[in-house]
Design a protein around this ligand. Structure first.
Ligand SMILES: [Ca+2]
Ligand SMILES: [Ca+2]
Length: 372
């Protein structure tokens, strides 16, 4: 068969495929040629340039107590011909900011999780070490340690990369999140980032996790992940831990949805300072699909220190705490109701306009908790 006839047949097949795909409400599973040049974002779901990518986000509560577990989840959706399709196996950049700065930086995945691929950026090495670069497998509370991260650009053009990580202890409490560091990495080369931090006094002994991301920008600026999160385990205090092993890389089970859990610390370390900051939090997520489609979203919640009647910061340490002074304040307001002379709204934790045994139980349950 002459060559031009083969070409004509090929063109006809392509045109007819395109025609049928733009005149139907169902998505076809098809390898889209353009992805061959963009292995980092390969997916089997076809899309058109007129399609839109959307991401939803929600926090499980609008107000959390210090020590509570935060749950952030949402869905990545492809909007195609006025219908929406959950997008499985994609990376989502996630950033939680407290009132001061970054609190958590993660790369999560939409269920059922990403398949292996040749990513544009590889996190080729990540570990906790000493100032000379020697790896540490066990660290102690109060120790000054260094994080070493090596990023490799697999791509054929320079890539702007934001290096970001969060360390979690065995109870899934964030110990440290770095100020994201940005570099332009030339094609085919490595860059190593060194960052210093101090292990907080409240870190649980047991297996801690270093969770490392490579973003195109900070997630709060719409940056998406270049590659899956790299997880590295190390031990805090003792390698003979009784803590059960855990995984921060928990996967949602519903196709196209993502989830992230964070347990907030009940204690503060004033020397760093680190701990749970009360006040407003903002969560940002961002994702990319194919070459052109991006989406981002944000939500907010609050963290309060329940049981803190006097709401006074220690003038030297900046710490809010639930202690005997709060119990005294509550005793003074005990059995009062709204309008009474000894009424204290800060002792009415459940908002029923009475200070009674229920509020005392809340104080008792949170006794000893600290926040910044
Ligand atoms: Ca207090
Ligand atoms: Ca009450």
């Amino acid at each position: 068969m002459p060559k031009h006839v083969l070409v004509l047949i090929a063109v006809t097949i392509i045109l007819s495929t395109f025609y049928s795909s733009t005149h139907t409400n169902t998505l076809e599973i098809k390898v889209y040629a353009i992805f061959q040049d963009e292995p980092a974002f390969y997916s089997g779901l076809e899309y058109n340039l007129t399609d839109k990518l959307e991401i939803t986000i929600s926090a499980s509560k609008s107000i959390y107590n210090v020590g509570e577990e935060l749950k952030i989840n949402g869905t990545l959706l492809l909007i195609h011909d006025n219908a929406s399709f959950p997008v499985p196996g994609q990376l989502v950049a996630l950033q939680i900011n407290d009132r001061v700065g970054q609190y958590v930086l993660r790369t999560v995945e939409t269920a059922p999780g990403v398949s292996s691929s040749e990513w544009q950026i590889n996190i080729s090495s990540a570990y906790i070490g000493d100032s000379n670069g020697n790896q540490l497998t066990v660290v102690t509370r109060g120790q000054i340690v260094y994080t070493y991260l090596t990023y490799h650009n697999n791509w054929n053009t320079p890539l702007y990369v934001v290096a970001a990580y969060t360390v979690f202890d065995a109870n899934n409490v964030p110990l440290y999140s770095n100020m994201p560091i940005s570099y332009t990495i030339p094609p085919g080369t490595n860059i190593t980032v060194r960052d210093v931090w101090k292990v907080p006094s409240y870190a649980a002994s047991g297996t801690a996790q270093l969770c490392v991301s490579a973003f195109s920008n900070t997630p709060s600026s719409g940056g998406y992940p270049y590659c899956p999160e790299k997880l590295i385990s190390f031990a805090i205090s003792s390698s003979k831990s009784t803590a059960t092993s855990f995984s921060v890389a928990e996967l949602s089970e519903t196709t196209g949805t993502y989830v992230a859990y964070v347990t907030t610390s009940k204690k503060a370390d004033t020397s760093i300072p680190a701990g749970t900051r009360i006040g407003n939090y903002t969560v940002y997520v961002a994702a990319k699909y194919g070459v052109e489609l991006t989406a981002n979203a944000s939500t907010t919640f609050q963290i309060k220190l329940m049981g803190d009647v006097d709401q006074v910061q220690n003038p030297y340490t900046g710490v809010y705490s639930v202690n005997i002074l709060d119990a005294i304040k509550m005793a003074q307001a005990f059995n009062s109701k709204l309008g009474d002379q000894n009424w204290n709204p800060n002792a009415d934790f459940n908002g029923d306009n009475k200070v009674n045994i229920l509020d005392a139980i809340t104080l008792s349950a949170n006794f000893g908790n600290q926040a910044l």
